[in-house]
Structure formats: structure tokens, C-alpha cells
Ligand binder design. Structure first.
Ligand code: XUL
Ligand code: CO
Length: 438
């Protein structure tokens, strides 16, 4: 049997004193952390697009990657990629994956041909899934790369493009059923606008909601209703994307009666593009009971675009894992590495090393977050900061026993004695850092 990673062994846990670069330093799949195995807590997934199709090209130059799966025809390449992908998943011990329709099979010359190619390639994928026990976390449609989507997909100015997108969504849900996928993602792609001079926002947003309701109805009709996720992103490719951030997306879902079927897939680099932190977006999603899954990556703090780097920032990932643990995990989601190796990391084994780095960073985040929660680090600090709400006044307000008149009477009597206590935030930040050293 051909192997695409002949020099790469199965990656095992060896601890952080190892000198073996093909080993986990922190991720120990079967070790119990916070009451479950690391594997159960983290639910890692690898994405098809960056890993199998990215070639390292950027707006300034051609691709750089050295890949050994190119075949004589696009379909041969697509088949080779399936084998290479499952070899990588198996060697890393990752049991979930994600893909767009456009990643796995060539579009051919017509939609009909594309659908036939998708059927053939997913037969192959299904065989590999059955052989290995690896499962589909989520799939999605790519309704943004082809020129027909220049004005959006569900939000397009052309009804014909809406209809084409609907066909892709239907096929996506059919493939999800065939491969028994847990969830299905809607990422905005080009759902947004570049100029208000020619855009009717309400008209476009109503059309997107209509498309999403069609997806729910179709899932019900065929007896396969995946958990739908929306992935917020504020900009890029469009100037103004409709699913700007978690809060904006939740208000969209509420306004269009979609919260029963849709949760959020929060991506780290999208959070920072929106001017938030990753943990802020996770926390907001959680307050709406809608934190479903994450796209694990990181932006570059001095660049303003979506660099999709592998996550290696232990502090950020620790805070992200606090949110995930407080969420009770991601039962219908996972930690999907929507991350690509740098243009200079050109070798096949960089794909392995990059995923090891991301998995080790999340393992560290999991260990740190578990310790922070066990020590009640946040709970104690917040108990102190919100202490007054435990007093008689605070409890009466929370219980709805007060109104503006009674509170005015209280303020006239006591308001001049209000004191300000320190948050001591620098002290707590210093203590937080101790948890990162593990
Ligand atoms: C784009 C992005 C997508 C989605 C799936 O920024 O994150 O790859 O995750 O369409
Ligand atoms: Co993403």
C-alpha cells in the first residue's frame, strides 16, 4: 500500500523532555483530565481545505508546498488525497474531520458532473471511515470561491445564484447523511456587502434566513438533521460581513426564529478580526447557550487579516478551554484546526509537526483550565467583586422587589457613602501566569 508519510511513525505521548519531534509533549489521549480522557475533552478534528488543498500561494507569489499526492487527473489527485488524509489522521490519532464540497472533489464542467464526483469520492471516504473508525464532524458548502458568488450566495442580488447555492446545501446535507456527520456549518463566505450605495441589507438577510430554514426543513424531511452551526466573521472577503461576531449572529438567529437549530462555530482568528478576544466570543456564545464548536487557529497580532496560523499561544488557549469546560464541552462540535502551515513550512512532515503543536497547545490549555477551575480561580475573584449583590440591597434588586422610587429613597439615604474597592487585577494576572507554566 502506498504511504504518503513513509518516514512518519504513529505519534505517541512522550512528555516534554522528549527530543523526538514526532511525539506529543503534552497531549496524552487516554490520560484523564477534568474527569474525562483528553481525547474526549478535546475532540480534535482536521480540516481538509488547508491541509489537503492549500499550496502556500499568496497574493504575491505561487505555491511553495511539496506534496506527493498529485495524480495524472484531478480525480486521481482527489482519490490520492483521501488516502493521504486518512493516513495523517490515523498517525496523529485524530478521529474527526471537516470538509467543504469543493475541497474533496473537482467541480468538472457542470453541476451534475461535480455531484457525480462528490458521490465517487465520498464512497472512498466512507470506506476509509469504516476501516479506521474516523468520523465526520462537519461538512459545509463552498459558495464563495467561484466567480458566480462575487455578490454573495444566499444574499446574492441574483435569484439564480440563490438557487445554485440551495442545490449545494441540499447536496451537502445529503453527504452529511451518507457519512453520518454530526453537524453542518454555514460560514458567511461572501454573505455581506461592499457598498450601501447598491445594497438592501434587509432583503439580503431575509433571503439568507430563508435558505437556512430550507436547510432545516430538508434535514427533517430526509430524517437527518445535523446540528447547524454559523461561523461568525466580520470582514474578508467582503468588507461588511453579516455574521460579524457572536452577538450579531445570535440576534440574527433570534430575529429569524432559528435558535432551535443553529449554534455557533467560533473561530479564534475571526474573533480577533472583529476586535474581540477568542475567549470573549466563546463566552458570548455560551451566554446564549449556543457555543457549539470551535475553529482552532490564531491570527498574527500585528497583521489585520485572516492568517489562520496554528494555535500556539498557551494563554489564549487556556482561556478558551475555560470557556469550553464551563460549557460542558462541545458535545456536537470539536476543536477543528482551521489552520494552515506557513508558506515557508513546505515539507509533508510540517503538516504533522504543525498539528502536533496545535494539539499540544490545546492539551496544555486543557490542563491549565482544569487547574484554574478546580482552584476556583475565577469563582473566588468574582465572588469578591460581586459581593455587594449578596447583601440585602443587591438581593432585593435581583428579586424584582425594587423600583426607581424605592431605589431613589435608598440613594438619598445612603448613596453618598458608596466606596470604591480595588479589583487588584494586576495581582490576579500575575497569579494566572503561574497556571501557564505547567
Ligand atoms: C474562512 C473559514 C472557513 C470556514 C468554513 O475564514 O474559516 O474555512 O471555517 O467555510
Ligand atoms: Co473557519
Amino acid at each position: 500500500m502506498t504511504t504518503y508519510y513513509p518516514t512518519i511513525p504513529t505519534i505517541n505521548f512522550e512528555g516534554n523532555t522528549t527530543t523526538n519531534k514526532y511525539a506529543f509533549r503534552h497531549y496524552n489521549a487516554d490520560a484523564i483530565v477534568g474527569g474525562k480522557t483528553m481525547k474526549e475533552q478535546l475532540r480534535f478534528a482536521i480540516c481538509y481545505w488547508h491541509t489537503m488543498t492549500a499550496d502556500g500561494g499568496d497574493p504575491f507569489g505561487a505555491g511553495t508546498m511539496v506534496r506527493n499526492w498529485e495524480g495524472a487527473t484531478p480525480m486521481e489527485t482527489a482519490h490520492n488525497r483521501v488516502d493521504a488524509f486518512f493516513e495523517l489522521l490515523t498517525k496523529l490519532g485524530v478521529e474527526l474531520f471537516c470538509f467543504h464540497d469543493a475541497d474533496i472533489a473537482p467541480a468538472g464542467d457542470s453541476l451534475e458532473e461535480w455531484f457525480a464526483n462528490l458521490d465517487e469520492i465520498t464512497d472512498h471516504i466512507k470506506t476509509k471511515m469504516d476501516e479506521t473508525g474516523i468520523k465526520l464532524l462537519w461538512n459545509t458548502h463552498n459558495a464563495f470561491s467561484h466567480p458566480r458568488f462575487a455578490n454573495g450566495a444566499g444574499s446574492s442580488n441574483k435569484a439564480e445564484v440563490f438557487a445554485y447555492t440551495a442545490a449545494q446545501v441540499k447536496k451537502g446535507i445529503d453527504l452529511s447523511k451518507k457519512l453520518n456527520g454530526t453537524s453542518y456549518v454555514f460560514w458567511g463566505g461572501r454573505e455581506g456587502y461592499e457598498s450601501l450605495l447598491n445594497t438592501d441589507i434587509k432583503f439580503e438577510q431575509d433571503n439568507i434566513a430563508n435558505l437556512w430554514h430550507m436547510a432545516v426543513d430538508y434535514g427533517k424531511e430526509i430524517g437527518h438533521l445535523p446540528q447547524f452551526f454559523v461561523e461568525p466573521k466580520p470582514k474578508e472577503p467582503t468588507t461588511h460581513q453579516y455574521d460579524f461576531d457572536a452577538a450579531t449572529t445570535m440576534s440574527f438567529l433570534q430575529a429569524h426564529d432559528l435558535t432551535d437549530y443553529f449554534q455557533l462555530n467560533i473561530e479564534a482568528n475571526h474573533a480577533t478580526l472583529a476586535g474581540h478576544t477568542f475567549e470573549h466570543e466563546l463566552h458570548v456564545a455560551r451566554t446564549f447557550n449556543a457555543l457549539g464548536s470551535i475553529d482552532a487557529n490564531q491570527g498574527n497580532p500585528i497583521l489585520g487579516w485572516d492568517t489562520d496560523e496554528f494555535p500556539v499561544d498557551v494563554a489564549t488557549v487556556t482561556l478558551a478551554m475555560v470557556e469550553i469546560l464551563e460549557n460542558g464541552g462541545l458535545p456536537k462540535g470539536g476543536v477543528n484546526f482551521d489552520a494552515k502551515v506557513r508558506r515557508t513550512s513546505i515539507e509533508m512532515d510540517d503538516l504533522v509537526l504543525a498539528h502536533i503543536a496545535g494539539m499540544d497547545t490545546f492539551a496544555r490549555g486543557l490542563k491549565n483550565a482544569t487547574a484554574l477551575l478546580e482552584d476556583k480561580f475565577f469563582e473566588n475573584m468574582e465572588a469578591e467583586r460581586y459581593a455587594s449583590w449578596k447583601g440585602a440591597l443587591g438581593q432585593d434588586i435581583r428579586a424584582g422587589k425594587t423600583d426607581l422610587k424605592s431605589l431613589t429613597a435608598w440613594a438619598l439615604e445612603n448613596g453618598d457613602d458608596i466606596t470604591l474597592e480595588s479589583n487588584h487585577i494586576e495581582y490576579y494576572q500575575n497569579v494566572f501566569n503561574d497556571y501557564l507554566a505547567k
